[in-house]
Design a protein around this ligand. Structure first.
Ligand code: CP3
Length: 343
């Protein structure tokens, strides 16, 4: 099949398709027993990412079980930070970067690196995944957006308050800009490498951008997201996600990306009206609603598709990632409900 004819690619071009393509953020992961088995065999999370055979296997697992229309490479947004020179640890408490960058000297020490030379396992995993996927399944690459990567680099892990990044933004904008410039450059190089290795489209995750007011988003995050989006123009379709970002949806819609991902707090029908044909929209089933019975998940999925009412350019997904204690049966019900539903 010509990669451009894959259902996801047609939807991202806002063509009228027979049904909405479906995939789930965090579709590979701990809610699947087969993922936990591979993780055990590999001996850890980073061990899976660094070994293309494991990474490809867990990328394909949800497709084999449920038949989503797209697979997303198994890796993590923090992998490029490690390649840039930061120490990175994943344990039961999530990710941590024990030596955060909080001053100009630390920022200057970060290297913008060639992904093919420093993270060859990413390209190899994409190639192995492509070889193992059904022909009609699209393959997605991804990166963290500069603001979210900066929040990890400066805070040293996941944060609630973001005190250190706020201090740098407000008190030392010059250093903050240097860091954001480097991150944007690395993200562009990384996504270009992913596309060269077989990714059909790329997703940019700005998980923590929603913690900013709209004015701060426009000043401290959007210019670098825009730089990444522009840096990938003509390379592959770009989908941008920002968590809890309804208050700056118009800025996301105006970014120039082919797709904008919405969380479940925003009305999809209203967002389609505001997008006015500028981009496709992805989302936005509440991931916590997957804790309902499979029958209820099925009903709610159809209710969401009813709301979209067959508008072209809808990519069905969750509003955020699958929780680890989700019953795989509910994910199955979500995908089945999408697949049986013609426009
Ligand atoms: O299936 C997929 O979505 C593909 C792989 C993928 C992972 N992380 C694997 C992962 C993707 C696309 C990501 C992106 C990611 N990583 C984001 C952006 C998307 C989002 O959720 O907002 C962020 C913020 C991260 C950083 C990160 N990685 C955190 C905060 C955590 C800990 C929380 C958790 O769920 O454990 C991780 C770990 C992580 N990344 C896991 C997986 C499958 C769990 C690791 C394990 O097996 O223990």
């Amino acid at each position: 099949m010509n990669p451009q004819d894959r259902l996801l690619m047609r939807a991202l071009r806002r063509e009228t398709t027979e049904r909405a393509p479906v995939w789930l953020m965090r579709q590979a992961g701990r809610y699947l027993p087969e993922y936990r088995a591979v993780r055990k065999e590999a001996g850890g999370f980073m061990e899976m990412i660094r070994e293309p055979r494991y990474a490809a296997e867990v990328t394909i697992q949800p497709i084999r079980r449920f038949g989503m229309d797209a697979a997303i490479l198994f890796s993590d947004i923090l992998v490029p930070l490690e390649a840039m020179g930061m120490k990175l640890i994943f344990d039961d408490h999530g990710p941590s970067l024990p030596v955060p960058v909080r001053d100009r000297a630390a920022i200057d020490a970060l290297r913008v690196v060639d992904p093919a030379a420093t993270m060859p396992f990413v390209g190899e995993a994409l190639k192995l995944t492509r070889a193992g996927l059904p022909d009609e399944t699209a393959l997605l690459g991804f990166c963290g957006a500069p603001f979210t990567l900066a929040s990890y680099a400066i805070e040293g892990g996941t944060s609630k308050q973001f005190s250190y990044i706020r201090k740098m933004m407000y008190l030392d904008f010059a250093s903050f800009s240097v860091l954001m410039d480097k991150l944007a450059e690395e993200v562009i190089a990384h996504m270009r490498y992913q596309v060269a290795s077989g990714a059909d489209a790329v997703v940019l995750f700005d998980t923590w951008a929603g913690s900013l007011t709209r004015a701060d988003y426009q000043r401290y995050a959007a210019p670098w997201t825009k730089r990444v989006v522009d840096g990938l123009a003509g390379v592959a379709p770009r989908v941008i996600f920002a968590g809890e970002s309804g208050h700056f949806l118009d800025d996301l819609l105006a970014m120039g990306a082919e797709g904008v991902a919405l969380d479940h707090r925003t009305s999809l029908a209203a967002a389609f009206d505001r997008a006015a044909g500028r981009c496709a929209l992805q989302g936005n089933f509440d991931p916590a609603a997957l804790f309902a019975s499979p029958q209820e998940v099925h009903r709610r999925t159809h209710a969401l598709l009813d709301e979209v009412a067959g508008r072209p350019g809808h990519v069905l997904n969750l509003g955020h990632g699958v929780f680890k204690d989700t019953d795989p049966e509910s994910v199955g019900a979500f995908v089945r409900a999408a697949r049986e539903r013609a426009r």
